[in-house]
Ligand binder design. Structure first.
Ligand SMILES: [Zn+2]
Length: 428
């Protein structure tokens, strides 16, 4: 179930500031109590502290005490999770690190109870009313005019197409999580084998057709940032400084490749929807552990594969959203077996078989992957319909890709971004 968080910003409001002052105090007390007594369930904390809170803030709607406690529980849980993670990573903490003993609440925020929260959508403005006091005659009114990208979500919400979770409120922000249900996958009419390679995705559609998606952008970005890391680390001996540079470039590299993989994934989803096929992909498991301590060239190769694994994850998420069936198969020997007679083949670029087959090895792999997927048919739980999936795709993508031009999105060459595009053009 994909979740979208709608974030709205508003001008500081006196009533909300008062409310958050009160909630902040309650949250702080609840966090302190939870850590002192080693109890972290909302229910237990509320039971212990509710009378005190009512005494302190008798005018507030009683929900706020409850929600401030829930906020505190969430803060404590997140804090404990961070601590566990740090411990698992090894003794990375320094002695006397005060910050790790207690969570600090930097920005006050609180969950909003649904019973104190009313919203209305008139096609242009989203009006939110939040009751602060018990029997509040004058609730806080916030009016938002959603950005066009948000509008479709708000409209879907108003139509009742999605669930919504508890909003969170801070001094100038309101965040409303929307949860959209997944479509059930449709029964596939055909299979689409996708073979991932260093510089391309090779696609074979069983019903007829094959194509190659050029993904050379990703190794280009990886190489570029490798180069920059090297350049940045030159002459530096402090491991911390080196790590900082690596972190920075790691993040940049991820951002760039992610945006690219999103576009590729969308295109594959569209392909599957247009021919009613199931996507068959390689099941690449246990890669990250193999990266460490490998020679540099090997590492780059594996890193690229790691990127592909993230892409497959992304593709899977999208497939779930749109109800496209997806099959994972073992990729072993897929580029060394003849897709016609099953003979094992050798060769670097072109494979030749005794049965007369002559084909590029990537194309062979895509065919074999599709074939392996066929063995897993029929799929379970394919109750959805192709029509519904297509409708959803068109509705979402036409809006996100700019008013009905989604056909262009899938027909154009894959997008390249910024400096690497120029580099790619120069080498092409
Ligand atoms: Zn053969």
């Amino acid at each position: 179930m994909p979740t979208v968080a709608l974030r709205f910003t508003f001008k500081p409001n006196e009533k909300i500031n008062h409310l958050l002052d009160a909630c902040g105090q309650m949250t702080q007390q609840a966090v302190k109590w939870a850590l002192d007594n080693r109890k972290t369930s909302t229910h237990t904390i509320v039971k212990a502290l509710y009378p005190t809170f009512r005494e302190q803030f008798p005018k507030l709607h009683s929900c706020w005490a409850q929600k401030a406690t829930r906020t505190a529980a969430a803060i404590v849980h997140a804090f404990q999770r961070r601590q566990r993670k740090r411990r698992r990573k090894g003794e990375g903490e320094k002695e006397g690190d005060k910050g790790s003993e207690r969570p600090r609440i930097k920005k006050v925020w609180v969950y909003v109870d649904k019973s104190t929260f009313r919203w209305e959508w008139d096609g242009e403005y989203l009006t939110v009313r939040i009751r602060v006091l018990a029997r509040d005659k004058a609730p806080v009114v916030l009016r938002f005019r959603p950005h066009h990208k948000y509008r479709r979500y708000v409209e879907a919400w108003a139509r009742g197409e999605c669930d919504w979770g508890e909003p969170t409120l801070s001094r100038s922000r309101l965040i409303i999580p929307l949860k959209f249900p997944d479509l059930s996958p449709y029964a596939p009419r055909t299979l689409i084998g996708v073979d991932s390679n260093e510089r391309s995705l090779d696609v074979f559609i069983e019903a007829g057709g094959e194509c190659k998606l050029d993904t050379a952008y990703v190794p280009l970005v990886n190489a570029e940032h490798d180069k920059r890391i090297q350049r940045g680390c030159r002459g530096k001996h402090n491991p911390k400084a080196k790590a900082k540079i690596q972190r920075k470039h790691g993040a940049l590299r991820r951002q760039k490749t992610e945006a690219f993989w999103h576009a590729v994934a969308l295109r594959l989803i569209w392909m599957a929807l247009s021919c009613g096929g199931a996507l068959v992909v390689e099941d690449l498991k246990g890669l990250k552990g193999r990266i460490r301590g490998k020679p540099k060239r090997m590492r780059r190769r594996l890193l690229n594969q790691w990127s592909i694994r993230r892409f497959l994850r992304l593709l899977k998420d999208k497939a779930e959203v749109y109800g496209v069936p997806m099959i994972e198969v073992n990729p072993a020997y897929t580029s060394q077996t003849c897709p016609v007679c099953g003979e094992s083949l050798r060769g670097r670029e072109e494979l030749v078989c005794r049965c007369g087959l002559r084909m590029n090895r990537h194309a062979v792999a895509a065919r074999n992957i599709a074939r392996r997927g066929k063995k897993q048919l029929p799929l379970e739980g394919t109750k959805g319909s192709l029509g519904e999936s297509r409708k959803l795709f068109v509705r979402r993508q036409s809006l996100s890709a700019g008013r009905g031009s989604w056909v262009l999105l899938v027909a154009l060459p894959l997008p390249l971004f910024g400096a690497v595009r120029r580099e790619a053009q120069a080498t092409a």
